[in-house]
Design a protein around this ligand. Structure first.
Ligand code: NDP
Ligand code: 2IT
Length: 450
């Protein structure tokens, strides 16, 4: 490996030794940059990689709130402002009990490159809390969001840092966060958050954007390899925002979704999943996916067992779409998918495949749509929401969807051309990393040592 890259990775490992997800994401990006770094000795003189792997700012704060029993609860709050060289920090908020600094930093690091690929002026950031929304009442969610915003409001703004949703944060949470921001600041600053409701500055098609964008990317990737979605079998890990709208677009293109999951297990319906029922269970009732059996007793439910391959990946499929969480697919899972004949993987989640899993897919000729390119449709549409807020003029669903399709088509073309230019074959991950890195590096060098 190039000695500059090797030294920077070692340094990241030594100085952040307890941050395993962050270290993994640094490995994943830097290891694909060899040819660019070899060609640009100036990067080392500029300390470019050392600066790239260190967040510009990390904010950590206390989030106290009172539960429905009158008991005080305290959670950790985070916002990582990783890289602002190409625009205001931009990225979602994750509310999940597993959230820690390592996960926040990996997500913000990934976001920096993803946002660069969209071609829109947005920097990389991410935030969240170890708050667990499951089983909380609506009032508890509201009080938590208000307390979270009491602190976050000092660090965000339409031209500074623009949060949005991620795991555990959807339209309901963004509404409570926006309301509290507006009250504290006494200001209607629509562009401070994205993923807003349609009645107060949200964009049509933002809710659908990540899932639709993933399938637009998949369509392009299959097309470039003389395949189509039509008639294919698809399994989806997750049943949240990304999973549901990926399923919807998959169905529109004539493929069949046979399985979806949540953290407890998966449902397998050979006739094809009834997506309207999934939406009712997940978007309206906020229940477990097992509930699907009540309406479809002939479907199969398979429980996840800790330490074993997640049930959804044991099902034979043409296309697997990991749309839940990080490190869902390890080497063992990748091997099983390949031996069951999988043809393509589309990463809707962030870093859902381990480095060993990715290598195995690529070595076995499986088409691999990497997260930071394939799931960029969500944040790209957030940037379109920011544009509409600045213009004070909303676009129609069709206008936004058409722009999203064009952006995803361009991102795939960029990944493909860059991989080909560097003789990396169908390694679209390397293509994505090199293209994104080149843009961020250019902006950082132009702006001097800051
Ligand atoms: P949601 O909260 O809407 O849904 C998350 C889904 O993933 C649920 O089905 C959840 O199951 C499952 N899940 C979460 N954590 C785990 C876990 N530890 N193990 C197994 N399953 C889990 O989130 P989103 O759909 O918004 O996000 C899904 C993924 O997509 C995340 O990786 C996110 O970072 C990424 N992403 C999201 C974007 C967006 O615009 N929302 C944009 C780009 C990427 P359960 O209910 O049981 O927890
Ligand atoms: O991971 C992601 O890209 C998101 N959660 C969406 C971020 C955003 O700002 O819309």
């Amino acid at each position: 490996m190039n000695s500059y890259i090797k030294n920077v990775i070692e340094d990241v490992e030594n100085r952040n030794s307890n941050e395993k997800e962050f270290i993994q994401s640094v490995h994943e990006v830097l290891e694909t940059l060899e040819k660019v770094i070899d060609n640009n000795p100036d990067f080392e003189k500029n300390g470019l990689l050392e600066r790239l792997v260190e967040p510009e700012r990390v904010i950590m704060f206390r989030v106290p709130w009172v539960d429905d029993n009158g008991k005080v609860q305290v959670n950790k709050g985070y916002r990582v402002q990783f890289n602002g060289s190409i625009g205001p920090y931009k990225g979602g908020l994750r509310f999940h009990e597993s959230v820690n600094l390592s996960i926040m930093k990996f997500l913000a690091f990934e976001q920096t490159f993803k946002n660069a690929l969209t071609g829109l002026p947005i920097g990389g950031g991410k935030g969240g809390s170890d708050f667990n929304p499951k089983g909380k009442s609506d009032n508890e969610i509201m009080r938590f969001c208000q307390s979270f915003m009491n602190e976050l409001q000092r660090h965000i703004g339409a031209d500074l840092d623009v949060p949005a949703g991620d795991i555990g944060v959807g339209a309901r949470e963004i509404g409570y966060l926006f309301g509290q921001y507006r009250k504290i600041k006494n200001l209607y600053e629509a562009g401070v958050l994205t993923g807003k409701g349609l009645s107060y500055g949200g964009s049509l098609a933002r809710k659908e954007a990540t899932g639709f964008g993933l399938i637009y990317f998949m369509r392009e990737m299959l097309k470039a390899n003389n395949m189509t979605l039509e008639g294919k079998t698809v399994t989806i890990s997750g049943s949240g925002n990304v999973a549901i709208y990926a399923a919807q677009k998959t169905l529109e293109y004539g493929a069949k979704v046979v399985a979806m999951s949540d953290s407890n297990g998966c449902i397998w319906d050979k006739d094809g999943i009834d997506l309207a029922e999934i939406k009712r269970i997940k978007e309206v009732e906020r229940l477990r996916i097992k509930e699907y059996l009540k309406k479809y007793p002939n479907a199969v439910y398979m429980e996840n067992v800790k330490g074993e391959i997640p049930a959804v990946y044991t099902i034979k499929t043409d296309i697997a779409l990991p749309c839940a969480t990080q490190n869902d697919i390890n080497l063992e899972t990748a091997k099983l998918l390949v031996s069951n004949g999988v043809k393509a993987i589309g990463e809707g989640a962030n870093m859902p495949t381990t480095i060993e899993g990715i290598k195995y897919f690529l070595e076995n000729g499986i088409l691999f749509a990497p997260a930071k390119a394939a799931n960029a449709g969500g944040v790209a549409t957030s940037a379109l929401e920011m544009s509409q807020n600045s213009m004070r003029c909303p676009w129609t669903f069709e206008e936004v969807d058409e722009k999203l399709d064009r952006i995803m088509t361009n991102i795939f073309a960029t990944c493909k051309h860059t991989a080909e230019k560097y003789n990396l074959g169908k390694n679209y991950l390397a293509g994505a990393n090199i293209a994104a890195f080149s843009k961020v590096a250019d902006a950082m060098i132009a702006q001097g040592i800051i």
